[in-house]
Design a protein. Structure first.
Length: 136
C-alpha cells in the first residue's frame, strides 16, 4: 500500500469565478474529497467509523498555499497523505497536481481532532487507527 492516495478530478464550471479560475474555497472541498478517498483506500469510510464508534473527525486547522490557478475544465490529481498521527489528532497533507505530477497548483494540510457526538475529544478508535496508519 502506498503512503498516499491519488484521486483525479476536473474543475467544473460551477467551481470557477467570472474569469474561469477556480474559487479559492473549493481547494478545501477537494482536500476533503482526497481525505475521504484516502480513508476508503485504507478500508473504511467516515460514515462507517462514525456509526460504529461514535467518533468524529472535527477540523481544527486548515491551510492552503496556492501556487498556480486551476481553471475551468482543468484535470488535476488530489494527492493525500497522512502527515502526523497522535492519540487524539490526525493531520493530513494534500497536493493538487497537474497530469503526470508535472506541476503543483496548491498544497496544504488539515488537522483533525477526534471527538464524541457532543464534541468532547476522545482517543482515536484502535481499529481505525490501524487501518489509517497501515498497522503502524
Amino acid at each position: 500500500m502506498t503512503s498516499h492516495c491519488d484521486f483525479p478530478l476536473r474543475v467544473r464550471y460551477a467551481e470557477t469565478d467570472q474569469m474561469g479560475i477556480a474559487y479559492y474555497a473549493n481547494y478545501f472541498v477537494w482536500f476533503e474529497v482526497g481525505r475521504a478517498e484516502f480513508c476508503r483506500q485504507r478500508g473504511f469510510s467516515y460514515k462507517q467509523m462514525e456509526g460504529e464508534t461514535e467518533s468524529f473527525l472535527v477540523v481544527a486547522e486548515a491551510y492552503c498555499r496556492y501556487h498556480a490557478p486551476l481553471r475551468y475544465d482543468s484535470e488535476f490529481v488530489v494527492r493525500t497523505g497522512l502527515k502526523q498521527f497522535r492519540k487524539r489528532t490526525v493531520t493530513f497533507s494534500y497536493k493538487l497536481l497537474g497530469p503526470g505530477g508535472q506541476s503543483t497548483y496548491a498544497e496544504g494540510h488539515t488537522v483533525h481532532v477526534v471527538t464524541d457526538r457532543s464534541g468532547r475529544p476522545k482517543t482515536f478508535p484502535e481499529k481505525y487507527r490501524k487501518l489509517l496508519t497501515n498497522g503502524q
